[in-house]
Write a protein that binds this ligand. Structure first.
Ligand code: AMP
Length: 249
């Protein structure tokens, strides 16, 4: 069984994101970038399935600028077998990523594609679902447990009221949620080994995909600054403020 894992290079989750002065987007110059946290979880799950002998190959794919290769190397150091870099300096929206992934799926014929449930930069939560739609494959989104066997996947999902377990037929798309696993740190020997693993490079043109944006961002703004709170002396004062100042009761 073969797995394809999509990994996106995003602003590191520890960085305080700053909006550009012209409100066209967020500042990415000189900002620490890392693998999208949900994609780390996807790589970890794929590598665990590889180690368990359930799957025989894990291929990771990242799309975007040259530095995406660092993200691919991180996944290779965690244990993935080889990488694919779709290189472009153009902005890639979820539909374009899904179309490019669909082309790679045609070439690679994986049994399962694992993606993060969302990229923490655009928070779109769209790519996996769009890919399932384009391919006509089953999907199990927001997975907190995955079991693969006999051409099927049992995917446990966290839903409002508890856990929902779906049985889906392969080939399938699975997207990861936070509690699926805790990703490992790559060891130094594995980082060294990853340098020798193959990364194939291709362009959207070679894959025959028009990646022109379909959506226009009108503006990006900082959240409204929160005002400081006040301490109240008594319950009566609290009730009074909630009633007469906040108007919530
Ligand atoms: P989104 O729909 O943008 O929230 O992204 C959901 C998931 O799609 C991410 O967690 C990644 O697994 C995958 N993805 C999105 N953009 C890219 C990209 N440029 N390269 C590789 N994978 C991506």
């Amino acid at each position: 069984m073969k797995l394809l894992v999509a990994v996106k290079r995003v602003i590191d989750y520890n960085v305080k994101v700053r909006v550009k002065a012209d409100e066209t987007g967020v500042e990415t110059a000189n900002v620490k970038m890392s693998m999208n946290p949900f994609d780390e979880i996807a790589v970890e799950e794929a590598v665990r399935l590889l180690e368990a002998g359930t799957v025989t190959e894990v291929v990771v794919v990242s799309m975007g600028i040259q530095q995406c290769q660092e993200t691919i190397r991180t996944a290779l150091a965690m244990g993935a077998d080889r990488g694919i870099h779709v290189k472009t300096d153009d902005e890639l929206q979820p539909l374009a990523v899904a179309k490019l992934l669909a082309k790679i799926v045609e070439k690679e014929a994986p049994d399962v594609v694992i993606l993060g449930k969302q990229a923490i930069d655009d928070d779109s939560n769209q790519t996996g679902q769009m890919l399932a739609g384009l391919l006509g494959w089953s999907q199990g989104t927001f997975a907190s447990k995955i079991e693969l066997a006999d051409g099927k996947a049992n995917v446990t999902r966290e839903v409002d009221g508890g856990l929902e377990t779906l049985a889906i037929t392969l080939p399938a798309i699975i997207t990861t949620d936070l509690r699926l696993n805790e990703p490992r740190y790559a060891s130094l020997p594995n980082i060294m080994k990853a340098k020798k693993k193959t990364i194939d490079e291709m362009s959207p043109e070679e894959l025959g995909v028009d990646v022109a944006p379909r959506l226009t961002t009108l503006k990006v703004t900082e959240p409204v600054k929160r005002e400081g709170g006040v301490k109240v002396e008594s319950v009566a004062e609290l009730v009074d403020k909630l009633k007469n100042e906040a108007g919530v009761i």
